[in-house]
Design a protein around this ligand. Structure first.
Ligand code: BEZ
Ligand code: FE
Length: 642
């Protein structure tokens, strides 16, 4: 059981495209009527849109927000605020404008509506970092948390792709570090993983079409989630390093995050392998740190500290600064280790490191897949490549041990050994795992207007004995007599004559003839041919429920998971007619046992039919004492061209 503490930071979030239209209402909702509109000069267009949306509510504007929230700037904005008698703050922009708004709210208690234009995420945190005399002071308070965040995707459409990438990776960093935070909790984990997969999906699409609203919406949604993570749990090595590099070497914020993240992840990977695997899954890559590096590189984002202007001579000092005061981080921090990390980041190396098992595994998978490249049949190539990818992922995800794999091979060996002309364990395996029914469902979906098919099962025997219409295929075996009267039509409801119809079923005790060596078979199986009306008739016995053979490995598997081996009662049909698709199916006895729990998942509603109880005279005048049943059914089969 996991013990955790979770603190939420309540804010109202309005999300969508064109949501700026709701700004005036949101301000009024907070009791505001005289807005101080905050922005910065590059956002003139966005602030014009906000001004228009606020209609007459803007009392004053301040467009001087600056990086790192200098207190001098805040004080200037404060006098504008006081002079105008403002009662509500609206900030449009990235981290700097949000910072200014928070600084003003902290000093005045005024409510805030933030309209983010980047993926910084600070709009949902109760944290403020201000600079006074070149020193950064960070504080956290509920008074700092904005009341309302209005995300309007339209404001992000023009954020240049390069800035979108670095801002997006900045958000990614919040989500990544939340997952291995010392105070991680399950709620935040979920938000973080959602954010990571949205970012991984959106960034490559953004490169192709920066103005795509859905892509931008994914990124903005991710930024909100990642910001929520940042607000809720403490961050580790990555954020500390970026803070140090930004503060002491004046490196640009989002770019520094982008370069450092894969290296900080690689440093921590050996301490939190499970977290890295979850991140890799969310990213859709084999190895998380190198996956982030590859993502950034493929988008043309910055990968080296050197390119950001970091002097190589400063690396050792940066390592010392970053390790001077202890803070929670999954892997122990050593000055040498961090210096090595920074050296890799300075050169822009692709991180390998502790998670190289995953990287080797990824390479192995690709080698095997590449070995199929020359297969002349493209379908063979596709199926084998995909099978290998899934198998390798299965092995890796479940960390399959040598002993477990040996057991699996032994299981399959035993399945082979027990199989023979009358025992097909692999069919049973496919059926009980639902694979036969999955293939069958896909087949049915291709011909929706015909009778659904159902699994073949292991008891069909090629070339059953020919039987005449009206004959009894049960050869007098005990059971409730059953009169079968079925027709075969095409999809235009025209009768199909000369169709070959093979039928087979178990006896009253649930056994097929091939399972009973003492029986003088074949029995309860036959081949009939439809007449000019597409019709066949025959006598048999009412099918019973029965267990599939469970004295082999498949039976052991069922027992191991507490499953019963029973099939619902049914009659098998295989229909072949010239110019038509073969139909293999079963008709199930309505009201029979196990219809809801058929062990091979073979029952389909359309195939559950009445085997209607009867008494008295029979259709062909045969004398039956007591109850008999009748089955009337019409099969629709598809022409081959369909
Ligand atoms: C059958 O219906 O004959 C059957 C189908 C799947 C597995 C075992 C038996
Ligand atoms: Fe069967």
């Amino acid at each position: 059981m996991r013990t955790f503490v979770y603190t939420s930071h309540p804010s109202r979030v309005v999300f969508g495209s064109g949501t700026a239209d709701r700004l005036a209402d949101e301000v009024k909702r907070l009791g505001g009527s005289r807005v101080l509109l905050l922005s910065s000069p590059p956002l003139a267009e966005a602030s014009a849109r906000v001004r228009e949306a606020l209609a007459g509510l803007v009392a004053a504007e301040f467009d001087g927000a600056a990086m790192h929230t200098p207190v001098e700037v805040t004080e200037r904005a404060l006098s504008v605020l006081r002079e105008a008698g403002a009662d509500c703050l609206v900030a449009v922009g990235g981290g700097s404008t949000t910072g200014l708004s928070k600084a003003l709210a902290l000093r005045t208690g005024m409510p805030q509506v933030i309209v983010p234009t980047t993926y910084a995420g600070s709009e949902v945190t109760p944290v403020l970092g201000e600079t006074r005399d070149g020193r950064k002071i960070t504080q956290s308070s509920p008074a700092i948390l904005p009341e309302t965040v209005l995300y309007d995707v339209d404001f992000t459409l023009s954020l240049p792709p390069a800035m979108s990438v670095t801002s997006g990776v900045n958000a990614l960093a919040h989500a990544v570090e939340a997952l291995y935070s010392a105070d991680a909790d399950p709620v935040t984990d979920g938000l973080a993983l959602d954010a990571i997969s949205r970012i991984a999906r959106a960034l490559p699409r953004l490169a192709a079409d920066p103005a795509d609203r859905e892509t931008r919406a994914d990124l903005l949604h991710a930024a909100w989630l990642a910001g929520t993570c940042l607000a809720t749990v403490g961050m580790g090595l990555h954020h500390k390093l970026c803070h140090t590099l930004g503060g002491s070497f004046d490196l640009p914020h989002a770019e520094t995050h982008t370069v450092v993240l894969p290296h900080a992840m690689a440093y921590n990977a050996s301490a939190v392998p499970d977290v890295m695997r979850r991140i890799a899954d969310a990213l859709g890559v084999a190895d998380a740190p190198s996956g982030v590096h590859d993502l950034v590189a493929s988008l043309g984002g910055p990968t080296s500290l050197r390119d950001l202007g970091m002097p190589e001579s400063g690396l050792a000092r940066a390592a010392e600064l970053a390790t001077a005061t202890p803070y929670p981080n999954p892997r122990e921090l050593t000055t040498e280790g961090i210096a090595e990390l920074l050296t890799g980041a300075w050169h822009g190396r692709r991180p390998e490191g502790p998670s190289s098992t995953q990287a080797m595994l990824a390479r192995l998978t690709e080698q095997v897949v590449a070995s199929f490249a020359q297969a002349p049949d493209p379908r063979v190539r596709t199926l084998l490549s995909d099978l290998v990818r899934h198998l390798h992922t299965f092995v890796a995800t479940n960390d399959v041990t040598d002993g477990e794999w040996q057991y699996a091979i032994d299981f399959l060996t035993r399945a082979g050994e027990i199989s023979g002309p009358t025992r097909q364990e692999f069919v049973l395996l496919s059926d009980t795992l639902g694979v036969s029914s999955a293939v069958d469902l896909l087949t049915n979906s291709r011909t929706p207007t015909t009778t659904p098919s159902a699994v073949l099962g292991p008891f069909y025997v090629e070339g059953p004995p020919e039987a005449a219409h009206g004959s009894d295929i049960s050869a007098g075996l005990p059971g409730t007599p059953l009169w079968v009267d079925v027709r075969v039509t095409d999809t235009d409801d025209k009768p199909v004559k000369n169709a070959v119809v093979d039928v087979w079923q178990s006896n009253k005790d649930g056994f097929y003839d091939v399972q009973l060596p003492d029986l003088d078979g074949p029995v309860l199986r036959a081949r009939l041919r439809t007449d000019a009306d597409g019709r066949i008739t025959f006598w048999s016995i009412l099918p019973s429920p029965y267990p599939i053979p469970d004295d082999g490995p498949v039976g052991q598997m069922l027992a191991a998971v507490g499953r019963h081996p029973n099939r619902a009662p049914h009659l098998h049909f295989m229909l072949d007619a010239p110019g038509h698709r073969r139909l293999i199916t079963q008709l199930f006895v309505a009201g029979g046992a196990h219809l809801d729990g058929d062990t091979v998942f073979g029952v389909k509603n359309e195939l559950v039919v009445d085997f209607t109880p009867q008494s008295g005279p029979t259709p062909d005048g045969r004398r039956v004492d007591g109850e008999w049943r009748r089955l009337d059914y019409t099969f629709r089969i598809a022409p081959l061209a369909d």
